[in-house]
Design a protein around this ligand. Structure first.
Ligand SMILES: Nc1ncnc2c1ncn2[C@@H]1O[C@H](COP(=O)(O)OP(=O)(O)O)[C@@H](O)[C@H]1O
Ligand SMILES: [Mg+2]
Length: 315
């Protein structure tokens, strides 16, 4: 059984100018202990997909259709009270800006101990000991001293470590990380990614990892879904997506990535975004409208692409 199964999710904003379909028919599943990456450029609907899971919504936002099954329970129809029980208990989230998630007026100790006590029966002293354990787990050099700090005293990398410690405080089954390293410089980013991979094994947490950066996805995810315009255009195991991308949008992302990173891939080949058309795929709808095809073709075992097959002409 999958830990998380999202079926045909539609999340809309009702605005003065009409309905914005931020998530427009997204389906995926995440197995226990695995990391699923969501990749796509800015505005493709990655964050809104993640926000939909716990309905961290604005007033004008709603799930219009679809189902979200977490740990065997349908949660898309739950109210805020029930969702709050799941949030920070079974599902934790970390975001791009750790600073905005930490409260500037309280020490790390206050916030971390509070988070721990909210989700456990530990007394104050035990909770402090647990806080130190967690800070140690996220490789903060001097945990006791860290407890006395206020958020503004921390570097970006340190505050993201504190956020990760906080997210782990409840021993979640699922960790949702939305661009958790985007605001960090590359060396710190690499350290945090390594840390997250280690923690995933140690705490056996499943991770939904969102990023616009294919390099980051490459070092984190087992499987990846590629989003464009609120839809999934391609999904595959990570190695397969790098080796054998089919959708022109995936190839375009890949080409942009290759331009900025020196990698041993055949850039030339990926630059012909529509080269898969030679393989009987019909991308004409995508070419004309920029909207992913509603049909799916299975490329190999776990590799799917949103496209229809060319009609066979009898020749
Ligand atoms: N507050 C909002 N009001 C209306 N539409 C919004 C709002 N926030 C996001 N959207 C829509 O949702 C789309 C997806 O946003 P988002 O999931 O944040 O993208 P990503 O995380 O991939 O950068 C945006 O392109 C935009 O059209
Ligand atoms: Mg986002």
């Amino acid at each position: 059984m999958s830990l998380l199964q999202v079926n045909n999710l539609h999340t809309y904003f009702d605005t003065r100018n009409g309905t914005v379909k931020a998530v427009n028919g997204v389906s995926f599943s995440l197995e226990e202990g695995r990391t699923l990456g969501i990749v796509g450029e800015s505005g493709s609907g990655k964050s809104q997909t993640a926000m939909s899971i716990l309905q961290l919504f604005q007033k004008n936002q709603r799930i219009a259709e679809g189902s979200i099954i977490f740990d065997g329970k349908e949660i898309s129809s739950l109210g805020q009270k029930d969702l709050l029980k799941i949030r920070g208990n079974e599902i934790s989230m970390i975001f791009q800006e750790p600073m905005t998630s930490l409260n500037p007026v309280f020490t790390v100790k206050y916030q971390l101990v509070e988070a721990i006590q909210l989700h456990s029966k530990l007394n104050k002293k035990e909770a402090v000991a647990r806080a130190i354990e967690l800070l140690d787990a996220v490789k903060i050099p001097n945990p006791k001293q860290m407890l006395r700090q206020y958020p503004h005293q921390l570097s970006g990398g340190m505050s993201q470590r504190v956020m990760i410690a906080m997210a782990l405080a409840c021993d979640p089954k699922l960790l949702i990380a939305d661009e958790p390293t985007t605001a960090l410089d590359v060396i710190i980013q690499a350290e945090i990614l390594k840390l997250m991979n280690e923690l995933k094994d140690r705490f056996s947490t499943s991770i939904l990892f969102i990023t616009h950066d294919l390099g980051v996805i490459n070092s984190m995810a087992d499987d990846v879904i590629v989003m464009n315009g609120g839809k999934i255009v391609e999904s595959a195991p990570i190695k397969e997506i790098f080796k054998n991308a089919k959708h022109p949008y995936t190839k375009r992302l890949m080409a942009a990535f290759l331009k900025t990173d020196i990698k041993n891939y055949q850039a030339e080949e990926t630059l012909d975004f529509y080269s898969s058309e030679n393989e009987h795929y019909d991308f004409s709808q995508y070419k004309e409208t920029g909207v992913a095809d509603p049909d799916w073709v299975q490329v190999s075992d776990k590799h799917y692409v949103a496209v229809s097959l060319k009609k066979e002409t009898n020749s």
